[in-house]
Design a binder for this molecule. Structure first.
Ligand SMILES: Nc1ncnc2c1ncn2[C@@H]1O[C@H](COP(=O)(O)OP(=O)(O)OP(=O)(O)O)[C@@H](O)[C@H]1O
Ligand SMILES: [Mg+2]
Length: 211
């Protein structure tokens, strides 16, 4: 079983969007996926409740304890709440094989994420290379100066930037339907799937080489 934690204490950075789409991707590939929701707002859980039966199955977990489904899962995707810190953060980082941090291109988002990346760097599991951290540029418009500022910032964090995802209504529309981009008509998401490719390649390749 592989566990991916999506985390950034900054509210609205794109955690649930990333978590639900990643769960949708692995489900589409026929994997046994558990989506674990640590957030009391229950956005990921509500997304699962909206998910039509006709789409590939994703199992729910409330994020607190073990659930029988998680034991046989190929992938557990954990959506975490804004403000996650302290022991709760350390515990879940320890459980994860990967931590993915979505960051939007703004000074507020970069400022709020900077401290978090420092904390992650100090986590024992990260220092011992049992847990790997990557960043994702979220709602990036590559034509803007703020995108260049974010790219320069991410470059110097020392953590790999595994994707830059654009802002697009298809994320909002698919979420409304309990769907991921990978469940949508390919012609609607061709460009977005290309943007996801490096992240998915990284996770699935690392999975093959993993411990
Ligand atoms: N790439 C994107 N394109 C368009 N809209 C996006 C994109 N990513 C996120 N959003 C929208 O931005 C808002 C915040 O995203 P999301 O809920 O995923 O963030 P979050 O980090 O989970 O927030 P919270 O900290 O409140 O849990 C949502 O309305 C979501 O639909
Ligand atoms: Mg969320």
């Amino acid at each position: 079983m592989r566990t991916v934690l999506i985390a950034n204490p900054k509210g609205g950075s794109g955690k649930t969007t990333l978590a639900t789409n990643l769960a949708g991707y692995f489900a589409k590939r026929g994997r046994h996926v558990v989506l674990s929701d640590m957030d009391r707002q229950r956005s990921a859980t509500a997304w699962l409740e909206r998910r039509p039966d006709a789409l590939p199955l994703i199992h729910a977990q409330d994020g607190r304890g073990k659930h029988p489904d998680s034991l046989s899962a190929d992938w557990t995707i954990i959506d975490s709440p804004a403000g996650l810190h302290g022991e709760k953060l350390s515990d879940v980082v320890k459980r994860a094989d990967w931590v993915i941090v979505p960051i939007q291109p703004s000074a507020f988002d970069i400022g709020a994420t900077e401290v978090f990346l420092e904390i992650l760097r100090e986590e024992k599991a990260v220092r011992k290379e049992r847990t790997f951290v990557a960043t994702i540029g979220m709602r990036v418009d590559t034509r803007t100066r703020s995108a260049a500022t974010l790219a320069a910032y991410l470059e110097q964090t020392g953590f790999p930037v595994q994707a830059n995802l654009r802002g697009a209504q298809i994320y909002v529309q698919s979420a409304e339907q309990g769907a991921s981009l990978f469940d949508m008509r390919p012609s609607l998401v061709a460009r977005d799937l290309q943007e996801w490719a490096p992240l998915l390649h990284w996770l699935t390749n690392a999975d093959r080489n993993a411990k």
